[in-house]
Design a protein around this ligand. Structure first.
Ligand code: AKG
Length: 203
């Protein structure tokens, strides 16, 4: 696996086939990132859903919560999630993302990785509800974790880079149709991490 080092010039956009990502390392200040982290860990109604993997049912290895400005549900891995209202903090971040990406997101999926045993397996955000070439805006708070990327069909070395607290990762164009991504488990003793992925749900 190849480790990439995002350059300090913002945004960083690695040149790889079929991949359109932009990484803003310092999108949200340290002070605001701490404020958001504390707010989300305490006030988001976190749940642990069961998922189906190759026909077997497991507890999802992280906690989640879906929030939206409409009532549209979101289904993946055999789960259907129904949105709760976006809090003022979730709307604040959504409005800040509008400065760098002209997308009217309707929904945000929050993930809480409690420690290194929590993870998110290989997947692409390519569900029907998200339409063609979905724009996904991913904001991270708390512990840094490696974000891995693997091409769906081409023989390209798997890559990883760290997502810093307060960072924004934009994934655009055909990225979700061509690449998988993953947050792997780690045996290191680490603190919690919260990730928000803003999406536009159509159906
Ligand atoms: O935690 C992350 O950085 C990725 C989250 C993710 O892939 C997802 O919610 O679909």
């Amino acid at each position: 696996m190849k480790e990439l080092s995002p350059s300090s010039s913002s945004p960083w956009a690695p040149a790889l086939p079929d991949l359109k990502i932009k990484y803003f390392a310092n999108f949200i200040s340290k002070k605001d990132s701490e404020r958001y982290f504390n707010n989300f860990i305490n006030y988001i109604p976190w749940e642990q859903d069961s998922i189906r993997v190759y026909g077997k049912i497991y507890d999802q290895p992280r906690l989640t919560s879906l929030h939206g400005i409409n009532q549209k549900s979101y289904s993946y891995s055999g789960i259907t999630m129904y949105p709760k209202k976006m809090t003022s903090e979730l709307i604040e971040i959504k409005n800040k993302i509008k400065n760098v990406c002209n997308t009217n997101f309707t929904s945000v999926l929050l993930n809480l990785y409690r420690d290194g045993k929590d993870s998110n397996g290989w997947h692409a955000d390519d569900e029907e509800e998200l339409g063609t070439n979905p724009v996904i805006a991913s904001v991270s708070f708390g512990e840094e974790r490696f974000f891995q990327l693997k091409h769906k069909t081409k023989k390209i070395e798997t890559m990883k880079f760290k997502l810093a607290s307060g960072s924004l990762l934009l994934m655009e164009e055909s990225t979700q149709h061509n690449w998988y991504h993953k947050i792997a488990k780690t045996s290191k003793k680490i603190s919690p991490r919260i990730n928000l992925t803003y999406r536009k749900i159509y159906i």
